[in-house]
Structures are given as structure tokens and as C-alpha cells.
Design a protein around this ligand. Structure first.
Ligand code: GRF
Length: 215
């Protein structure tokens, strides 16, 4: 099977990106199922870009605010992904709206990691600390993380995989975020591996992970 070329889009520190760089280093292992070839950020100077530079990965800083429309921004991203033969786009802490053009062109080939159990605690404005504050305010006893395909709504597309963590009454948003992040770091590379192996299918809006012998 041809190697899956992955672009990662990130706005922040990039600890999830780091997991992908460690698991799928560019060109080093031609037998690896996937290879991170491009990192896109909406702002300069963020940790994610530094991590990409260290790993020798091509980076692009693309500020959506510099484009006259969301469509123009979308066309730029599509052009970039085509130029790098990207088969999968991973949103790892990317905080800007993904243009509809890109979602349509890369339907079921864009994934996002969210630090809670969707469909709860997601949607517009639900990012970073706010997610964990909402989880604690709701008094739920379990939280976790979700990797899902991206559709036109925030934190909404077909759910591929989830991991859970306990929520303790002594938790702060920070302590909960830390516990969830450990699971994020495990889950995201696993899902990329599954997609690279052709084991994830979407039918009627539901994602299904097939067993290895079914492919
Ligand atoms: C993670 O919690 C992820 O779930 C969310 O943004 C955060 C990014 O963290 N979408 P990092 O930049 O990967 O460290």
C-alpha cells in the first residue's frame, strides 16, 4: 500500500503533532504506513512550527485573515495539499474555521482531535480550558478525547475513536486537561495508523473501524 502523506494543521504548542512526528517521521522509514510531510499554522512563532522545523518538515504559515474570502483561503489550502500529494489532513489544535471548499474536496480525509467525549462538550467556542471547565461544571464522572472526521459543523463529523479518563472531584481544568492529553497522545497516532491501513470506513454518516482481516 502506498504511504499516506499527512499534513498537520496546528495553532499552538503542538504536543499532538509531536506524537505524529515521532510515529511517522518523514522519509526515514519507507515501510511506515504514513509520513508527515507538511505542517500548516495560522500564525508564526508557535511551538508546532518549531517542532516541525526540528523534525525537518516543510512548514507553511497561512493566516486566513490575509485572504479576501474563506473560498480564497480554501483554494490556497487545496493547492498546497495537492502540491504535496496529501492524503490525510490532521487538525491538531487548529483553532481557525476550515473552509467549506477544503472540507468538500477532502471529505472523510480530514480528522480532528477534541479533548472531550463528543457529541458532548464540543461546538463553537469549545476549545482549550473551556472544554474542561464545562466538563467539571456539568459534574460528569468521565471525560476523554475524540478523533472524528471533519464536516461543515464544529466538532461534528463521524466519530472514529474515543478514549475515556475518570473525572475526580478534586480536579481543576488543568489537571483534567493533563489526564486527557495523555490519552490524546496515544489515540491520534493510532487513528492515523488505522486510516493509513485503510481500516476506517464511513457509511450513512457513521465511521466504522474494520478488523485487519477485513481489508
Ligand atoms: C489538544 O487538547 C487538542 O485536543 C485540541 O487542542 C489541543 C492541542 O494541544 N484540539 P497541542 O497543541 O497538540 O499540545
Amino acid at each position: 500500500m502506498a504511504q499516506l502523506k499527512v499534513a498537520v494543521m496546528a495553532s499552538g504548542g503542538g504536543t499532538n503533532l509531536q506524537q505524529l512526528l515521532d510515529r511517522f517521521p518523514s522519509r526515514e522509514d519507507p515501510s511506515a504506513a504514513a509520513e508527515v510531510v507538511l505542517v500548516v499554522s495560522d500564525r508564526p512563532g508557535v511551538g508546532a512550527l518549531e517542532r516541525a522545523h526540528k523534525a525537518g518538515i516543510r512548514t507553511e504559515v497561512i493566516d486566513p485573515g490575509h485572504y479576501e474570502s474563506s473560498s480564497a483561503f480554501g483554494r490556497r489550502l487545496i493547492e498546497l495539499c495537492r502540491a504535496h500529494s496529501i492524503g490525510l489532513i490532521v487538525l491538531a489544535g487548529y483553532l481557525k474555521m476550515i473552509p467549506a471548499e477544503l472540507i468538500v474536496k477532502y471529505r472523510n480525509r480530514i480528522i480532528n482531535i477534541h479533548p472531550a467525549l463528543l457529541p458532548g462538550f464540543g461546538g463553537k467556542g469549545m476549545y482549550g480550558r473551556k472544554v474542561h471547565e464545562a466538563v467539571l461544571a456539568a459534574g460528569v464522572k468521565i471525560s476523554g478525547c475524540t478523533v472524528h472526521f471533519v464536516d461543515e459543523l464544529f466538532d461534528h463529523g463521524p466519530i472514529i475513536a474515543q478514549r475515556t479518563v475518570p473525572v475526580f472531584h478534586t480536579d481543576t481544568p488543568e489537571s483534567l486537561a493533563e489526564r486527557v492529553l495523555v490519552e490524546e497522545h496515544r489515540l491520534l497516532p493510532e487513528v492515523v495508523e488505522l486510516i493509513a491501513a485503510g481500516r476506517v470506513e464511513v457509511a450513512d454518516g457513521i465511521a466504522r473501524v474494520n478488523s485487519p482481516d477485513k481489508t
